[in-house]
Design a protein around this ligand. Structure first.
Ligand SMILES: [Zn+2]
Length: 218
């Protein structure tokens, strides 16, 4: 009986990292934009309250998203990282402590990227391939020799400085086109609620939500 318990706990650990990523190598990736597919992405989490609420809503809507997480917050909320992985979301790096990489020395920038990768890999068992540089600033060659793919965005509703959920959602819905990457932040309840409005409307219009990886490499 004891050995079964041990085996089960190992299985949970492995299943937490089942989402296998393929490594890529390109700084400018051009992807198909003719199908009604979009990737919804969330930066700056995970947050114990708002990210959990978001994950519940994504699950109910059968939507897979991409999370660019901060390493130190991932360390504080490993169960949320595990849940993202188990529920089919893609997890990317948003540095260890949300720094502007191009303002640091090459070695400091690299250790920020590597520290966040290490935290995520420790929890999920998977290599991290995608990086969203905070403030969109990163010099791939100078800042860190690690082979990561930087992911920016097409639609930015500036949700971090707004409190009107309907306005955030309307802004996204006005701009969005097939093939777009939408930027939101899962540390604000208003952003999470806006995401649900956007998802419900775009699904009604026939859009499919995919991870960034599926959008770029499908
Ligand atoms: Zn950020």
């Amino acid at each position: 009986m004891r050995s079964i318990v041990v085996l089960l706990s190992i299985a949970v650990l492995i299943s937490c990292g089942f989402y296998v990523l393929a490594a890529g190598e390109s700084e400018q990736i051009v992807w198909q934009r003719d199908e009604k597919k979009v990737a919804i992405t969330f930066d700056d989490g995970p947050d114990a309250k708002t990210t959990a609420l978001l994950l519940d809503g994504l699950k109910a809507r059968k939507v897979r998203a991409t999370f660019f997480v901060i390493g130190e917050k991932a360390e504080q909320n490993p169960e949320l990282i595990c849940r993202m992985s188990e529920e089919g979301h893609l997890i990317g790096n948003h540095t260890y402590s949300h720094v502007q990489l191009n303002m640091l020395s090459s070695s400091q920038a690299c250790s920020q990227v590597k520290a966040a990768n290490d935290v995520i890999k420790e929890i999920t068992g998977q290599e991290v391939i995608y990086l969203r540089p905070p403030y969109g600033e990163w010099d791939h060659k100078k800042d860190c020799p690690q082979n990561m793919i930087a992911v920016y965005w097409d639609v930015d509703p500036l949700d971090w400085k707004r409190t009107d959920t309907k306005q955030i959602a309307a802004d996204i819905l006005r701009q969005v086109k097939p093939g777009d990457i939408i930027l939101l932040h899962d540390i604000y309840k208003t952003s999470v609620q806006a995401a649900f409005i956007v998802i419900d409307e775009l699904q009604r219009q026939g859009y499919e939500f995919v991870t960034v990886e599926e959008l770029l490499f499908a």
